[in-house]
Ligand binder design. Structure first.
Ligand code: TYD
Length: 137
């Protein structure tokens, strides 16, 4: 898998003016799926690693709407690290890519858009299990 192609960085339009910034994200348009779920992660810091899973069904876009964090993605062979440090950028993560989020700044608010409603059974949280499943694809 070419991870740079599989997990593209997305740049959103900034519709700001002298009153401030405004970033619009529309499901199926600026991101490649219809949004079914939104969650956000804050109060993490540079001592924690979140994620540590792959999803059999869900696609995600991660956006640091405040502060910054890093996302490491791997397909079990290569890896890429994406620095999320602007509210008008995000990264798309397709199904079956392992992801870790870490190095959260104290003011980090990491917004996550998901293509599915939550179903814990589609999460692969064991890395060896992930390697076994990805090799079958
Ligand atoms: P978890 O997947 O561990 O978060 P992260 O990927 O950021 O490290 O989720 C933490 C808890 O929240 C876990 O008990 C599952 C629950 N959860 C939901 O109920 N719905 C959701 O949409 C998400 C993302 C998590």
């Amino acid at each position: 898998m070419n991870l740079k192609e599989a997990c593209p960085v997305l740049h959103f339009s900034d519709l700001g003016d002298e009153r401030g910034k405004l970033v619009v994200i529309e499901g199926g348009q600026s991101i490649p799926f219809e949004i079914k779920r939104v969650f956000y992660i804050y109060g993490s810091d540079d001592t924690v690693v979140r994620g540590q899973h792959a999803n059999r069904e869900s696609e995600f876009v991660l956006i640091n709407v405040a502060g910054e964090s890093k996302v490491r993605v791997t397909d079990g062979e290569s890896e890429e690290i994406i620095v999320l440090d602007k509210p008008m950028m995000g990264v798309y993560i397709p199904k079956m890519v392992w992801k870790d989020m870490y190095d959260f700044s104290a003011d980090s608010v990491l917004l996550v858009l998901a293509s599915t409603h939550y179903d814990g059974s589609e999460y692969i949280r064991d890395y060896d299990e992930y390697l076994t499943e990805i090799k079958k694809i």
